[in-house]
Design a protein around this ligand. Sequence first.
Ligand SMILES: CC(C)(COP(=O)(O)OP(=O)(O)OC[C@H]1O[C@@H](n2cnc3c(N)ncnc32)[C@H](O)[C@@H]1OP(=O)(O)O)[C@@H](O)C(=O)NCCC(=O)NCCS
Length: 145
Amino acid sequence: MILGVGTDLANIDRIRAVLDRHGDRFRTRVFTEVERTRAERTLNPAATYAKRWAAKEACSKALGTGLRMGIAWKDMAVSNLRTGQPVMHVTGWAEDRLRAMTPAGMDATIHVSLTDDDPWAQAFVVIAAHPLAGDAALTLPHPVP
Ligand SMILES: CC(C)(COP(=O)(O)OP(=O)(O)OC[C@H]1O[C@@H](n2cnc3c(N)ncnc32)[C@H](O)[C@@H]1OP(=O)(O)O)[C@@H](O)C(=O)NCCC(=O)NCCS
């Protein structure tokens, strides 16, 4: 069962300008240590940050909340499996919202797909629910961020 979908397009030049202007204040306020480590290892950190910015916006849409002033951005975070596949984790208010929208007797999984082609970065998020009882095989792995 699909519980929510969200998409976002982020401009990499805009993220690069914010990084230049606000530096670590922006990095640490919006991105987790895992996200920052991956971005800073790449040749184009702004593109990696922009994909994760888009992922957070897309996730907030899939959660049905959108983004409000003062929300904790790091409560929606992207990590990567060994294959490179991105995984979205939610904590705090976003986890509370995910639980509230998940029907009784079901578990929810957040699927995310990212792409970039400078100057654009894009994210799609789909939140799917599946029955809890007796079918653990349907539960996808969520690595610790
Ligand atoms: C996945 C792949 C198609 C990405 O295409 P691309 O044109 O290089 O890059 P895009 O801008 O479209 O997408 C990049 C994003 O794809 C996602 N991605 C990478 N590997 C992925 C995978 N196996 N499954 C799903 N998504 C993947 C990541 O989120 C990545 O962004 P990030 O590194 O910032 O998280 C390409 O890297 C590929 O073919 N990889 C498979 C081969 C490989 O390297 N395998 C190694 C492990 S088995």
